[in-house]
Design a protein around this ligand. Structure first.
Ligand code: SF4
Length: 212
């Protein structure tokens, strides 16, 4: 893994009902490869007390989006309604580290236009996923960038317990977090959406690690 030789630090102030918290966002650039081309990704990292992430949790509202729009709903052990309550799951942890990977889609413009956004997003998500797995501490727990993809077909479809409980990890959306609000308020980062014939300027993927 190659890194640019500098690490930028940014201090942000997160204000909720005048309870002001100073947040340090560390940013650097990672260089990876996709189809023999160098791809640069911006990596942003911050850490806050776990209690502060509850401000972004609304299980009822965000699980309803999963129920109404996602084919994975009730089709994976990691997706609603099978995902545990975040309050219970995170009980033994005191801090949460959040990771945001951002990739400019221009770097994928050698692909057909209709593949560009999805390939850039999948690449970014996979890189973040691998990074989180490698960096999960023994006494911590990774919160993935997406629903579990360890098995081609989740065991829940066959009415069986999870085949790899030691590998499966939940994700922020399934817990019911407002990920867009986390990005705007904690990272000062705007999500860009793709649409038919519109390639967003960049794609973003976010995950976390719960720590003692
Ligand atoms: S590890 Fe396999 S069985 Fe377990 S949640 Fe993930 S996809 Fe489903």
């Amino acid at each position: 893994m190659l890194y640019k030789l500098f690490l930028r630090k940014q201090l942000l102030y997160f204000c909720d009902k005048l309870n002001i918290t100073m947040i340090e966002v560390k940013t650097d650039t990672i260089v990876k490869h996709f189809k023999n081309r160098k791809i640069e990704m911006e990596r942003k990292v911050l850490e806050i007390p776990k209690s502060e992430i509850f401000l972004f949790l609304n299980k009822e509202e965000f699980n309803s989006h999963c129920r109404n729009a996602c084919p994975n709903h009730n089709s994976k052990w990691t997706c609603p309604p099978n995902c545990p309550n975040f309050e219970d799951y995170s009980e033994s942890y005191s801090k949460i580290q959040l990771f945001l990977f951002v990739t400019s889609t221009k770097q994928f413009d050698f692909l057909p236009q209709e593949e560009c956004s999805l390939e850039a997003y999948n690449f970014t998500k996979e890189e973040l996923q691998n990074y989180l797995r490698i960096n999960e501490p023994i006494d911590g727990k990774m919160i993935a960038a997406n629903s579990c993809e360890v098995c081609a077909t989740c065991s829940i479809i066959n009415g069986k317990p999870c085949y790899f409980p030691e590998k499966m990890r939940y994700n922020l959306v399934a817990f019911g977090f407002n990920v867009e609000k986390i990005l705007t308020e904690l990272f000062q980062h705007e999500l860009k959406w793709s649409a038919e014939n519109i390639i967003p300027e960049y794609v973003s993927s976010v995950g976390a690690i719960l720590k003692k």
